[in-house]
Design a binder for this molecule. Structure first.
Ligand code: SF4
Length: 218
């Protein structure tokens, strides 16, 4: 099967079955989304959603977070990964937003990446989810699923994956495609045990095509 057929097949499937995919992070404004996405680095959205209600109650905005101590933030977020680094980054990020951005979160990806704890993926998530920009954030799920399905060719880094996906998905579908691939990776095409038998896009998947004679009966 040609790569373009795979794209066409999964786009048709997801448009029909997941027409409005959304982030599973719970947030009320761009400040809360930014904090949540920073916390979600190498941590589950589920864990982040458990932590953030208390964090946002104590630090409801950029100003209050900029005045927090590392210890105060650490004590609230300590059950997520890298709590010490994340506490320091969150406070520094709030200070920079307050001093340099008039307490506003910028929509520009390059500006977002100047903030502590914000890499290209996080900046793309904010730009995509909150500012509706046509960009493709690539996390570990998107990287893996795109490769298995055969949507990318020899992509060795998240940036290579991002560029290939951006080139091949219609621009107006990039936001949705990010969520489609991420959620598919989280619940079906898992890292260690992809559930190929029950996967509803298997007929478009390169990994399945190459392995079905060995591993699967259908
Ligand atoms: S068939 Fe298997 S490898 Fe392919 S997308 Fe589905 S779960 Fe992932």
């Amino acid at each position: 099967m040609q790569k373009q057929e795979r794209y066409k097949g999964i786009i048709e499937y997801f448009i029909k079955n997941q027409p409005n995919p959304e982030t599973e992070l719970k947030y009320k404004n761009v400040y809360e989304l930014l904090v949540s996405v920073i916390l979600s680095a190498q941590c589950t959205d589920k864990r982040v959603n458990i932590i953030t209600p208390e964090l946002f109650k104590k630090f409801p905005d950029i100003d209050s977070l900029s005045k927090a101590s590392v210890e105060e933030v650490y004590n609230i977020i300590k059950s997520c990964t890298y709590p010490n680094n994340k506490s320091k980054n969150l406070i520094s990020m709030a200070k920079i937003l307050k001093e340099d951005y008039n307490s506003h979160v910028p929509s520009d990806i390059k500006e977002l990446q100047k903030l502590p704890g914000v890499g290209r993926k996080t900046a793309n998530v904010i730009a995509s989810v909150y500012f509706n920009k046509d960009v493709m954030p690539v996390d570990t799920h998107v990287f893996r699923v795109a490769k298995r399905i055969g949507l990318t060719t020899d992509a060795k880094t998240p940036l290579e994956t991002e560029l290939q996906l951006t080139e091949n998905f219609p621009k107006n579908l990039l936001n949705s495609a990010h969520h489609w691939l991420l959620l598919h990776g989280r619940y079906v095409c898992k890292a260690r045990n992809p559930n190929c038998i029950e996967c509803e896009i298997k007929k478009f998947c390169k990994f399945y095509e190459e392995n079905k004679k060995i591993n699967y009966s259908d």
